[in-house]
Write a protein that binds this ligand. Structure first.
Ligand code: URA
Length: 223
């Protein structure tokens, strides 16, 4: 802001604008994303920007695109059930995806759009946005759901959820090593809830991992 001093000289004063909120910073980040991926079916993160917990999925599907909200289809229902078992309310967390556009291709059989797996180069390309998003939210814990967000937050494209689930990765694990965790929150990997829909035998493991997560949340005074 420019003001006049007594001798008439123009002086610059500090701006009186209110400080940027997390929601403002998220919106700016999402606008950059939408600019880069304007030809895609995109869904941005959703929830409490002051949350202590961020949940990160793979990418939105058809239902999520329709409702513009992550985890609003069958996988979301399963996720809600799992969160219920440890008393974690969806309204208190922030939910987003490692890749914010629908991963789709056209089925040669039906000619219709279907989901497809993420490519490593897509995880790498989306990673910068995800890391900034986590940095804005500043959660006490980052819960990844499946391989894709686990690879995105760790920067390790070879790590698998089978080896990492149910173990906490400390934020200091990644210092100085770009191939390890490089965000400022602890990371707790869970299987993707859709994985449990397709493979019922994972349900028991999932519930055991959730019990570990519940203890971690209690230690951090989140639950
Ligand atoms: N699966 C995901 O990984 N993310 C969603 O938002 C929905 C389903």
């Amino acid at each position: 802001m420019t003001m006049r001093s007594e001798d008439g000289r123009a002086t610059e004063t500090a701006s009186l604008k209110a400080p940027e909120t997390k929601a403002d910073r998220l919106m700016a980040l999402y606008n950059m994303y939408l600019d880069e991926y304007r030809d895609r079916e995109t869904v941005m993160g959703f929830g409490n920007a002051d949350a202590s917990v961020i949940l990160i999925g793979e990418a939105p599907g058809r239902d999520e695109v329709k409702l513009s909200k992550p985890f609003s289809g069958a996988a979301g229902k399963k996720l809600d059930k799992f969160l219920d078992t440890i008393g974690l309310d969806r309204d208190t967390v922030f939910i987003t995806n490692a890749i914010k556009y629908r991963l789709s291709c056209v089925s040669p059989e039906s000619g219709r759009k279907k989901n497809r797996p993420a490519e490593s180069r897509e995880i790498e390309a989306n990673r910068k946005y995800l890391i900034k998003e986590i940095d804005i939210i500043k959660p006490l814990i980052t819960v990844t759901l499946g391989n894709v967000p686990l690879r995105a937050v760790t920067g390790n494209m070879k790590i698998t959820i089978g080896e990492a689930h149910g173990k906490i990765f400390s934020s200091s694990d990644g210092e100085g090593d770009r191939n390890k965790v490089c965000i400022l929150s602890d990371v707790f990997p869970l299987y993707h809830p859709a994985g449990v829909i397709y493979n019922q035998s994972l349900e028991k493991v999932y519930l055991e991992d959730l019990e570990i997560l519940k203890k971690i949340l209690a230690l951090k005074n989140i639950l």
